[in-house]
Structures are given as C-alpha cells and as structure tokens.
Design a protein around this ligand. Sequence first.
Ligand SMILES: *Cc1c(COP(=O)(O)O)cnc(C)c1O
Length: 415
Amino acid sequence: MTNSATRTPPVHVPMTHFAEVNGELMINRLPLSRVAARVGQTPFYAYDRSIIQRRVAKLRAALPNGIKLHYAMKANPMPAVVSLMAELVDGIDVASAGELKVALDAGANPHEISFAGPGKRDTELRQSVAAGILVNIESFREAGVLAAISEELGYPARVAVRVNPEFELKGSGMKMGGGPKPFGVDAERVPQLLKEIGAAGLEFEGFHLFAGSQNLKAEAICEAQQKSWALARRLADYTPSPVRLLNLGGGFGIPYFPGDQRLELETIGDNLSDLVERTANEMPQAQIVLELGRYLVGEAGIYVTRVIDRKESRGLTYLVVDGGLNHNLSASGNFGQVLRKNYPVTIGNRMDNQTRETVSIVGPLCTPLDLLADRITLPKAEIGDLVVIFQSGAYGASASPQGFLGHPPVLEVVV
Ligand SMILES: *Cc1c(COP(=O)(O)O)cnc(C)c1O
C-alpha cells in the first residue's frame, strides 16, 4: 500500500469518554486537580464509576436477552470496584481463594461466582465447595480432590469443565487455548473426565471455554464463539447430566495503541443471538455466559503521576514523573507486549495548552524499562503538572511489581 493514508502515522482513538472542561480532565464530573487534592498524594489510579456503568449498559443493550455477563475480577480486584461490579453484572469470576474472599465480601451471590485457573490448591478447592461456588475443573487431579472434599463435607461440589479447545482466538494479545496449554483439559480427554465426574457424583453444570484475550476484531471473536459452541455441543453427548451453563469466555479488547479501533459490538450481538437460538433448540437447559475483565473496567481507569523533573538529553526532553512501571507495568510495555508502544497520555491539568512538545516520560526507577511514553507529542508540561495515562483501569496496580525499588505503593480511588 502506497497511498497517502498510509503515510500519516496512526493515532490513538480519542479518549472522549472522559470530559474536558477548561483544559482540565474531568473524572465523573470532578476536575482532576480536585480529585488529586482529595487523594492527597500522587501517583494514584482513579476509576470513573459512571464510565463503568455506561459501559455495562451499552454492552447489555448490544447483547441478546438470555446472555449472562460475568466480571473476571483479576482485571481489577480493588474491593470497591468489585462491589460496584457485583451490582452491575450477573456474576463474578475469580482466579484464587484470595479473589474469592474479595468477591464474597463484596456481596456477590456465591451461586453466581465461578473459579478458574490452573494449580488450584486443595485448600482453595475446599473453600470453594464450602462457599457453594462453581469450580471450573482444569485437571483430572482437581476432579479427584473435589470428589474427596464433597464426601467429607457431605454435599457435592458444583463443577464445570474448562476445555482446552483445539483452536485459538485469532489475533489475541494473549492466547489461552489451542495446542498444549496449562489451562483446562484437552478437548479430546474431556469425555473421560466427564465419566469420572459422573461416577464421583459431583454436580456437573457445564463447560467453560476461554480462547484468548484483548481482541479487537469482532469477526475473530465470533468465529471463536461459534467454534466453542460447536465443541460444547459435541461434548454435551458425554455429560452425566444436561448442560446448564455454557461459558464462552470473552476476549473483548480495548484500544491501547495508535491505530487500534474500538471493538464493533453489533456483529458480536448478532452472532450471539444466533447462538442463543441454537442453544434453546439443542441444549435447552443451558445458559450462555460471557466473562469479561478489561472490556468492562479498562477504559474507566486512569493512572495519574506528577512531573518531578524536566531534563534535556542530547536533543530529547524527558519528563521524569513520580511513578512508573512499579505501578503501571502494562503502560511501560512490560506486561505481554512484544513491541513496546505508547498508551494514550495527556497532561491532565493543561490539556488546552497550545504549546506542544515531543517528550519521553520516564518513571523514577533506575532502569531503562521504566518508560511510560516514548517520544510523544503533548501539551507542554511543567514541574508539578499531572501526567495522565488512559486505558489503565485493568491490569494496573495489582499487575505491577510495587515492591521493585522500594517506592511508596500506589493509591486507588473510585470516583
Ligand atoms: C483473565 C481471564 C479473563 C479476563 O480477560 P480480559 O482480557 O481481562 O477480559 C476471563 N476469563 C479467564 C478464564 C481469564 O483467565
């Protein structure tokens, strides 16, 4: 391709889900400087409650009736966020007993909590059975341990089988199915596992398939959903009781980098309408579930860090800020990115400064990895200004090495 469009460098999609008033970023109607004063320190994460609410409402409007929406809380396990999500969605997916505690404390209905993840410890399985949540079985060992626990406690574990499909979600940031994987049980071995679940008298509820994450292509997501559905339909011939739950995963992505476009929901909604109809005909007791993490909370969060120094080095201006990869590993490019690219960034208290400059933004850690933005053009910033990194609501604080170099921990607030 040699047309002129390819010569303009790709840009970030506009971050218009946050308002701007008099050059200042607004977080749920409060100016950023006021939120910063309320928090009392930088750096911090702020999550905008109204953006999360709008996101869930928009998604529900695009999905057919009869789809349950779950929140995968590893994307953002802050207790106040989980409490908000417990009110907004139909269930919470946890990935450890620690997350289970947060979900239960948040008031989530145990019947609508499910637990996925490899390497569940015996104690975690026992806690899950006692709590009455659904365990997504990922190995033959887990089935055996759950059988023993059910016998000991006197009631059967509620289980689904997490299937490692023979396909993967094309174009995903992180692939979690297809080929050899630590997640789930290979599809071809599932009939044997179902036999053991039946023999042990566990309460079988259905299947869980999660093919990948951070995908921006509606067609790829639809294809994975169709293939997942077809696989579940085949495996339904081997189940000890009718399939009641069909967790088709998620994988819905958000735009992080220049050139990324927002996911188109209409195609996905149409595809799911088709699957809801076929489920009603062929697995009439089954309920389709989607589990989403970053899509629900990622765009609602910003990371805010203050400029503590401005430096020139051989023609490049550096803004040195008070937080970095120790708090926001993802934005530094060190959490699953292959080629480092910039997240969308602004100077949150000076967005209307007409003087622009190209800078690199670095954190206070003594490593070249601590780069938050590489040669990005922004309103000119002074010492004391607030650098805002957008798209930071998922895989932020809890996915970052906060102990690295001994700086203070980051604060998180919901506004
Ligand atoms: C991590 C994870 C999710 C959430 O992925 P997102 O990209 O945040 O939507 C959902 N389900 C399972 C099983 C996961 O491991």
